[in-house]
Design a protein around this ligand. Structure first.
Ligand SMILES: Cc1cc2nc3c(=O)[nH]c(=O)nc-3n(C[C@H](O)[C@H](O)[C@H](O)COP(=O)(O)OP(=O)(O)OC[C@H]3O[C@@H](n4cnc5c(N)ncnc54)[C@H](O)[C@@H]3O)c2cc1C
Length: 469
């Protein structure tokens, strides 16, 4: 076997001896894939089909020991390293070109301790895995809206979901994490142990190590909740959306809400008003009644349904394999002019797959003190997410231009901040955007933490915070 050329973290390449690669393969419990291995193409594929990278090696880790061995191997040979959790991030940092990809997608175990209301999820678990195991006990913690999004990436960046107004972000519900650091140590981060690292992992992404286990606080949820959506024709949106905004501004903390500009099965642009009530069904019905009375919807799907079903409502609308490009900002306000801007934008969307989301924040989202986590912008009332989505590479230019235009047209209403999990590639966004994501003072603290835990920037395929070194 000839040598294997592998990308290094510093941009250079290294030729690894066949025996060196074989020794790693023998040391791992899970398979080590290279370009010629069966399953290589499936393993390198992620949610966003725009990302088409070819790692030299993919370590499909079977457990924490594999993760440590793969990290040690990458560090010893100065390899470019990427880490795959759920593979959902739009920026595509889970896959590297020519380096070593540490793939946790076989590590999906979730263990629930119903007595203490705690759950542990392995580093590659999805929210579908998590909800399946916690809901048999009638328990849950805030997680993402799509069931195959990774617990890892979502939580490490913050984590917004239907339960956020009730219980805060996913990261606010962390009790502890097991982390493999750049020097190959396995450490625990919690309020009591390595508290600085614990703080950094609540919003700082994959910068500080590979998390092999997340321990969450759980809450009694459902298992049946009241929720759904009312779908309005776009022509009614200028009248309907202000009413929804007013409704959400006085809604109880149990209510999670979202306004989604989307496309009907018939191909017409439309506005979906979506809400989920976390509490008894009659209380949910009563709380959502004023929303259902707004305008004259084309469809009303509100009903009592299992929380697990509510957690999959959007799955079909965000399938893997499309080409995606996102832009996002927190918004200070949604005046009439902003509403007109998004309505006009969705009318001229280049593909019916494009969407614009207005997420309603507040409640427990705003609760924790600013210093409790890296995640910032707790006072933002809204989050804008412009979702460019299309099928063919030939549509890339038009799709990207539309997404950027909409986002720029909303700039007057945006606050400085952005949700780090909705950021695109660093080259596209600019490094200042990342500093803005964390707000004043926090970015500098993150650089110091990065310098302490990963001075050589081994973990650089993420929304990267370069170390001071
Ligand atoms: C369809 C869709 C729906 C979404 N819905 C929501 C939502 O409802 N709420 C919300 O808040 N966000 C949502 N997001 C955004 C989501 O939070 C981010 O995309 C998140 O990064 C996805 O995590 P992942 O593990 O699937 O991603 P990956 O692409 O696997 O990883 C993302 C980043 O985290 C790092 N990483 C992954 N696993 C680990 C680990 N175990 N240890 C250390 N670093 C790791 C990766 O290296 C990468 O830098 C959604 C995204 C998509 C595409």
């Amino acid at each position: 076997m000839s040598k294997l050329r592998v990308q290094r973290g510093d941009g250079d390449t290294v030729d690894l001896e066949a025996e060196t690669v074989q020794a790693l393969a023998a040391d791992l419990r899970g398979p080590l894939l290279s370009e010629r291995s069966e399953g290589y193409d499936v393993a390198r594929r992620i949610w966003n089909a725009m990302i088409d990278r070819r790692p030299a090696l993919i370590a499909r880790c079977a457990g924490t020991a594999d993760v440590i061995r793969a990290v040690d191997f990458a560090r010893t040979h100065d390899l470019l390293l990427s880490v795959r959790g759920g593979g959902h991030n739009v920026a595509g940092n889970a896959v590297c070109e020519g380096g070593l990809m540490i793939d946790l997608s076989d590590m999906r175990g979730v263990h629930v301790d119903a007595a203490t209301r705690r759950a542990r999820a392995a580093g590659g678990a999805t929210w579908g895995d998590f909800d399946a195991e916690t809901q048999i006990h009638g328990l849950a913690t805030p997680g993402g809206l799509i069931s195959d999004t990774g617990v890892a990436g979502l939580t490490l960046g913050g984590g917004l979901g239907w339960l956020t107004p009730s219980y805060g972000l996913s990261c606010d519900n962390l009790v502890s994490l097991d982390v493999v650091t750049a020097d190959g140590r396995l450490v625990t981060a919690s309020a009591e142990q390595n508290a600085d690292l614990f703080w950094g992992l609540k919003g700082g992404g994959g910068n500080f190590g590979i998390v092999t286990s997340f321990e969450f606080q759980l809450h009694g949820v459902g298992p049946i909740l009241f929720g759904g959506m009312a779908l309005h024709p776009l022509d009614e949106a200028a009248a309907v959306l202000p009413e929804f905004i007013a409704f959400m501004s006085t809604s109880p903390d149990e209510l999670g809400g979202l306004a989604a500009f989307t496309t009907t099965p018939e191909g017409d642009p439309a506005l979906a008003l979506i809400a989920v009530y976390n509490g008894p069904i009659p209380a949910g019905e009563a709380a959502i009644a004023p929303l259902r009375a707004i305008g004259d919807p084309l469809a009303d799907t509100f009903a009592a349904m299992p929380y697990r079903v509510l957690q999959t409502l959007f799955d079909a609308g965000a399938p893997p394999g499309l080409r995606y490009y996102w832009k996002s900002s927190f918004l200070d306000a949604l005046p009439e002019q902003a509403i007109d801007t998004v309505i006009e934008a969705i009318r001229r969307r280049p593909s019916p797959l494009c969407k614009i989301f207005l997420e309603f924040l507040g409640g427990a989202f705003a609760g924790p003190p600013r210093e409790s986590a890296v995640f910032d912008h707790r006072n933002s009332p809204y989050n804008l997410l412009v979702i460019g989505a299309w099928e063919a590479a030939a549509e890339d230019e038009a799709g990207r231009a539309w997404t950027r235009d909409v986002w720029e047209a909303m700039a007057d209403h945006a606050s400085e901040g952005v949700y780090v999990n909705y950021l695109g590639t660093v080259g596209d966004e600019g490094t200042d955007r990342l500093a803005e994501a964390y707000g004043p003072g926090k970015y500098e603290r993150l650089v110091a933490l990065k310098t302490k835990y990963d001075p050589s920037n081994l973990f650089q395929m993420n929304q990267n915070i370069p170390p001071a070194t």
